[in-house]
Design a protein around this ligand. Sequence first.
Ligand SMILES: [Zn+2]
Length: 340
Amino acid sequence: MHSQITELENAFKEELSQTDTSDGSAIEILRLKYLGKKGLVTDLLKGMGQLSAEEKPTFGKLVNDLKVSVQTAIETAQEIAKKAALARSLESGKIDISLPGEGYHKGSTHPLYDIREEVIDFFYGMGFKVDLGRDIETDWYNFEALNTPKDHPSRDMQDTFYLAEGVMLRTHTSGTQIHYMENHKPPLRMVALGHVFRVDSDATHAPMFQQCEGLVVDENISFAQLKGTLSLFAKKLFGENIKTRFRPSFFPFTEPSAELDVSCVFCGGAGCRRCKGTGWMEIGGCGSVDPAVFANVGIDSEKYTGFAFGFGLDRIAMLRHHIPEISLLTSNDQRFLGQF
Ligand SMILES: [Zn+2]
């Protein structure tokens, strides 16, 4: 019986020496083989029944010693395996702290958003209500009610995105004036901001851009008040030193009409390549509300007068930030947006 114990001990030592101690599962297999419920050491104890009463204590002690020594060897191997596993996992998740970092990109507001907020802030402070209007308009709101005759060039298929007969993506925010006058009684002060759409695309024109439209209707509203309001607005946008000029023009829905120019933001009015040597840059259109428009919405033009104005937010952003291409504003290019 004693030789059995020695043989088993040698067999275990031999097997342990051939086991990869960095492999936890190989050690577990070895443990089960010797110490498991049906393991070899356990089997020795089961065989004790055949021994005499004198032999039992000695044999029992030897088997127990073997069991303890196997257990100790297994535990030592398990410790080694655990350390090896940790080392492997550290190695695989290793971080090279000498590599350049990814950095932290700080967000900023879009230049168009900033201008939009400034415009709202300015007119809100002057007692104007803010309206957004709607992107899809009917012929009546986009053209007819704004005194735009059927043969006007802006009705040309080349300029307007038609969705169906008499239904289109609005080509300007001016239609919002009509909705507003239909639903509110004078005195009125409102600005409408939103996207407008035109079949047009080059460095300074995009098929979609943002406009702001303003309308004031009350008794005794004069062109002088229009000039005062917009001159103040230009100063708010471009600074105290900006000069304004109102140049006679034509729009179907205003009479008289004017283009609003500001002194060139690049040369200060001296004349440069960007302003084509004139010292002025156009930023929008304006005028006194045409009595024909009032008639379309049931406002008495004998009693009330008004003024309206409109300008492109994209154009203002381009002038203010010296942006050469309008498409940059909607390109979502981080290299561009990161500059604001
Ligand atoms: Zn200039």
